[in-house]
Design a binder for this molecule. Structure first.
Ligand code: ATP
Ligand code: MG
Length: 420
């Protein structure tokens, strides 16, 4: 019999439900991850107790009524939070996103049937062992496939987000996709048009963070929410295949780090006519991510200077313009491109120079200068206005290029000289 060691907090929630005469199981991702020998990141619990009953059993102080109408109460136990969801079935999905209604039921099997894939449709209880009516364990461990529960077409029509979830689980766990499930996903990918940008963004990011996302991003699917993918797919690549295939190769060759993978995905798409900014905004990425992607797109053609001093000066300019973190990302992206035979010069030397300038605390930004705008106005009589900023820029450039020391007296006399 399969044994799963349930986290103490989750076990205590189940004990309390059992003690009150109810059935309770851990379910979904935590069962899947446990069977894979991974530590689950969260433990979801399902029960025949209604949400109201769950609130009664644990008391309001330990409960957050997360989604009472859908049957979910979040319960605090042992310093962690557990989602406790009542067994339920779902009515029809007329909008292709949400069920029109849910109904609480008494049996776990009905609850497992509403779940997306067999590998996610398993429950486990200490007494009962694994409850696996759809063969999820065999799919996960023996056949190594992701397969829809029930008729795949129906399941993707109900909720098209499942199409992206399919590719995410396959890529993340290195699983194949069941043939019928795959053909339904491809055929029905147009349904993603009905899914919110936020949900698409989250799944897309999840796919991009898989060890090898390249096989999980068919242009036909991505093109539904980013038509730029079609444009890239139509473009021949000098080394064979399409420019879209080349993008996927570079993705697979890059480390699974969020900004790096986002850059390796969006920067090539940005060459298909739409700006990276417009695409990232369309998918409702946060402002910081949009800014970083724009900065990376703007610097993606960066060519390292020849010669030690020139490189050092360039490294300082890069630190001022984008910071070390972004330069690290750009250098890693360039490295992945080079590994895929894309002809561009490595940025490793520039990055090393930038690291050492950063470690030495070299002044690379206006705020690092030994004078301020106020000093320039007071000591030099510069009138307030944009000329103050311009003069500071010029001073910074002189410091970076080693034509002036970052020292108050030296900067003021340098400023005096260039204003004459
Ligand atoms: P992850 O490790 O990514 O969190 P997970 O399997 O826990 O994976 P969740 O999105 O947290 O995924 O969902 C928990 C469970 O709820 C899933 O295992 C699945 O059984 C079910 N589920 C989630 N989203 C859907 C969906 N769109 N359609 C059907 N079932 C779903
Ligand atoms: Mg989860």
């Amino acid at each position: 019999m399969t044994h799963i060691t349930i986290e103490p907090g989750a076990a205590s929630v189940m004990d309390a439900l059992h003690g009150a005469g109810h059935r309770a199981y851990v379910v979904g991702g935590c069962v899947r991850d446990s069977l894979l020998g991974k530590t689950p990141h969260d433990w979801d619990i399902c029960t025949d107790a209604t949400p109201r009953r769950v609130m009664e059993i644990f008391g309001e102080g330990r409960c957050i009524p997360t989604g009472m109408a859908h049957g979910t109460v979040t319960v605090k136990a042992c310093g962690s939070l557990y989602e406790v969801t009542t067994f339920r079935t779902e009515g029809s999905y007329s909008d292709g996103r949400h069920p029109d209604s849910v109904a609480f039921i008494g049996e776990v099997e009905g609850d497992l049937a509403r779940r997306d894939f067999t590998i996610n449709a398993m429950a486990y209880g200490e007494k009962e062992g694994l409850i696996d009516p759809f063969g999820g364990r065999e799919d996960l461990l023996c056949r190594r496939i992701v397969r829809a529960v029930g008729v795949p077409e129906r399941r993707f029509e109900e909720d098209a987000l499942r199409i992206l979830r399919l590719f995410r689980f396959a890529a993340r766990e290195g699983l194949n996709i069941d043939a019928a499930t795959l053909s339904a996903a491809l055929a029905l990918s147009g349904g993603l048009r009905r899914v919110s940008a936020e949900r698409i963004r989250e799944e897309l990011t999840g796919i991009l963070l898989a060890p090898k996302p390249g096989g999980a991003l068919p242009a036909r699917v991505v093109g539904v929410f980013l038509p730029e993918a079609h444009a890239l797919q139509a473009r021949k690549h000098p080394r064979g295949g399409t420019a879209y295939d080349a993008m996927l190769r570079v993705l697979d060759a890059s480390e699974p780090e969020r900004m790096l993978r986002l850059a390796a995905f969006f920067l090539p798409l940005g060459e298909a006519g739409t700006t990276v900014e417009a695409m990232a905004r369309r998918l409702r990425f946060d402002a910081q991510t949009v800014r970083t992607l724009c900065a990376l797109a703007g610097e993606q053609a960066l060519v390292p200077e020849q010669g030690e001093k020139a490189l050092r000066v360039q490294a300082r300019r890069c630190l001022g313009a984008m910071g070390l973190g972004q330069l690290e990302t750009l250098a890693a992206y360039r490295g992945a491109q080079i590994a895929c035979g894309e002809g561009a010069e490595p940025l490793d030397g520039l990055l090393r120079a930038a690291r050492s300038e950063e470690a030495a605390g070299f002044p690379c930004r206006i705020r690092d200068l030994a004078v301020t705008g106020r000093d320039l106005m007071r000591d030099l009589g510069v009138a307030p206005g944009p000329q103050v900023g311009r003069l500071l820029e010029t001073l910074l450039e002189a410091v970076i290029a080693e034509t002036c020391e970052n020292e108050r007296g030296a900067l003021l006399s340098f400023a005096r000289r260039i204003r004459m």
